[in-house]
Design a protein around this ligand. Structure first.
Ligand SMILES: Cc1cc2nc3c(=O)[nH]c(=O)nc-3n(C[C@H](O)[C@H](O)[C@H](O)COP(=O)(O)O)c2cc1C
Length: 354
């Protein structure tokens, strides 16, 4: 199945490097993964149209292989606190540690999705993947007409069926182990915390299109397990965060490699949407004041100056340390070497299983 999926995408190995909006994935990572025969992804959700064009040009300058662009198909956002003052006061305490002035209430830009989709149609990547919602059947048809394959993220069988009905080409089944934002868009995220092992085969049975397994897959063992569940490919995020091309701070990489299996939690604190990351001071403080957290993307904008200063200073207590549940299985390798290692490991596991 994975060979068929890879052929369909025009790649050698059915390994997708997860898009990691922010600075987890970089154009150098995307290009290295694609050049090594996987599918690299640009996490474009937070990029301006100019920055997206520059990233696409950089990837194309480094490789002529297929790659994906990823967007947030923003659906209804979870509600947040009505009064921003308590959250700004909470953030101010963390600003003081970083030597920053207290934060001001940021303005929230209009939803960029429509303009981002137009840009994707111009750039024509091999794949557009998206999370946190659905695109309209008309948008999916426009993308298809432009020769762009579409993959939507589902965290339940109901979401997978709803996505299939819009005409997407494949489903990314995101298990509860996954690092970063939950893709859930139908119902509460708490009701959609289904582990990869349980989620993937149920979605495989429920839809007629290929399924990509995501969440907690870090090595050849995970890849073969996903294959056994019927997945056509894997999408791996945390495994690529510790590679040379990753844009995250060295202290964040070190924290991932030394983290325990129990070190992560789901939090609204950084962005106003549920996401899995390593517990740190800001996560714990924010969650202790959950009722003060603002809605997405206001909370995300309000914490941005703190996160940017923390990234400059290497302060991992005030950064969003997105991580899946198996961070210690990460390797410090180049992204292309990691793809090659994963392919070799998966072959060894298949041979061992006979
Ligand atoms: C740092 C980080 C950032 C992420 N950003 C995105 C994103 O922009 N878009 C998206 O669809 N998924 C994003 N994800 C989720 C991944 O697509 C995927 O579901 C997850 O990485 C799988 O679990 P794993 O991290 O255990 O491999 C992100 C994950 C991480 C770790």
């Amino acid at each position: 199945m994975s060979a068929e999926f890879a052929r369909w995408l025009g790649i050698a190995h059915a390994i997708i490097q997860a898009p990691m909006a922010g600075n987890g994935s970089t154009p150098a990572m995307t290009a290295a993964v694609s050049a090594a025969g996987g599918l690299g992804s640009i996490g474009a959700a937070y990029l301006s149209l100019e920055a997206l064009a520059a990233e696409v040009a950089e990837v194309r300058g480094r490789t002529d292989r297929p790659f994906a662009i990823n967007l947030f198909a923003d659906s209804a956002t979870p509600p947040g606190a009505a009064d921003p003052a308590p959250m700004l006061a909470l953030i101010a305490r963390h600003h003081a540690v970083l030597g920053l002035e207290p934060p001001a209430l940021p303005s929230v830009p209009a939803n960029p999705l429509a303009a981002q989709l137009d840009a994707v149609l111009t750039h024509r990547p091999a794949v557009l993947s998206f999370t946190m919602g659905m695109l309209s059947p008309a948008d999916i048809a426009r993308l298809k007409q432009a020769g762009i394959k579409t993959m939507g993220t589902a965290t339940t069988v109901a979401e997978a069926r709803a996505l299939e009905a819009t005409g997407v080409d494949a489903i990314i089944a995101q298990g509860s182990e996954a690092g970063g934002h939950r893709g859930t868009f139908l119902g509460s995220y708490e009701a959609a915390m289904i582990g990869t092992l349980a989620l993937v085969p149920q979605i495989v049975d429920a839809v007629a299109i290929p399924v990509v397994a995501a969440g907690g897959i870090m090595d050849g063992r995970g890849i073969v397990a996903a294959e056994a569940l019927g997945a056509g490919a894997v999408q791996m995020g945390t495994a690529f965060l510790t590679t040379t091309e990753s844009g995250i701070h060295e202290n964040y990489k070190a924290a991932l490699i030394s983290a325990a299996d129990s070190a992560t939690a789901i939090t609204y604190a950084f962005s106003g949407r549920p996401a899995r990351g390593l517990r740190n001071a800001f996560l714990i403080d924010g969650e202790a004041h959950r009722d003060q957290i603002l809605s997405f993307p206001l909370q995300n904008a309000a914490t941005r100056p703190m996160r940017q200063a923390a990234a400059r200073q290497g302060d991992i207590d005030r950064l969003s340390l997105w991580s899946g549940q198996a961070p210690s299985l990460g390797r410090r390798l180049g992204s292309a070497d990691l793809v090659r290692r994963l392919v070799a490991e998966a072959a060894e596991v298949r041979a061992r299983l006979g």
